[in-house]
Design a protein around this ligand. Sequence first.
Ligand code: PLP
Length: 382
Amino acid sequence: MSASDAMTPILFSVPFRAPAAPGNLAAVIASDHVHGDGPFTKSASAKLVELTGSPSVLLTTSGTAALEMAVRLLGIGEGDEVIVPSFTFSSGAASIVAAGGVPVFVDIEGDSGNVDPAQVEAAITPKTKAISVMHYGGVPADMDAIMAISRKHNIPVIEDNAHGLAVKSRFGALGTIGSVAIQSFHDTKNVHCGEGGAVLINDATLTEPAEIMREKGTNRSKFLRGQVDKYTWVDWGSSYLPSELNAAVLDAQLDAFEGIQERRFQIWNTYAAELSQWAMDLGGSVMNPAEGEHAAHVFFVLMPNQEVRDALLEHLRAHGVIGTFHYVPLHSSPAGQKYGRTVGSMEKTDSFAGRLARLPLWPGMTVEQVAYVIETVKAFRP
Ligand SMILES: *Cc1c(COP(=O)(O)O)cnc(C)c1O
């Protein structure tokens, strides 16, 4: 394949089309049960319980909505602090601010992009009410160290597992370790329904409060199960449940999960095998998780500095390959500075964010497209 064949650029991400989705959607529309909590919601939730190993999974309208629920379920309110890595998606901090809390940004460790437990412990104050951890690329953060800190200080943990659906790690299954965890089904994620998410409840005392919060603060779920004879407003809540249309698409995607992951891992493994030496020759590296402990959600390379990284992305774009950086560190974002507090050095976060480039990775990529990306990357000279 030559650059001219790539006149239509190789996009960074293309949403997967699940074969069963159109049929599922037609069935929802014909059924007249289009609002939430119908058969597809039940089916998709049961599949997620199976895939994640979490005892209780509630679908939400987005990963962001799930984060808002997680923060509220842990009782975070006015002035409460939640420790969160600066290197994460904005919703990781915005969800804390939405509840009146203060995100306290800490640094990451090494070259994984995951939070540094020592920095977490150093940021604890009497106001700390939760620790929020994100598994970057589905590579587990050091959950043994995080949970030891959690137990020592009696502070609950939220796992933002938007990248790591169904990853099994030496620390346990991702999304089952903290009190609450979240998944995202945005169409850039491995499994999607356009916009959607789920909250995973691992602390049984939060199961009923979560049900109520998701149903506008009412006990409607109990009513539907016949456990109360009328339903009413009982606590703080909002409308966090997705319609059956979203659940129908998600259910079809979950049916295809194994095939999606197989193809993503093929591409990921090809990149890793073909590009490790190239990256080393430039004084950089490629993503290097422990065997199998990731979700093939992202494949990133780390360049020696930001100038070289920017030049690489420019080179790729000029040759019809759309690579991209990732998060602008939240401690330096306008809202992060307005609402948050930063503890300790952010050196590793700034360095990692500045050197990182992600390559196209989606199940529909052809063998030729993957080969062309590799060839184009290897042709880069700083
Ligand atoms: C995508 C993502 C979210 C938010 O998910 P939405 O469904 O888009 O609201 C949160 N955290 C991380 C790490 C993400 O990648």
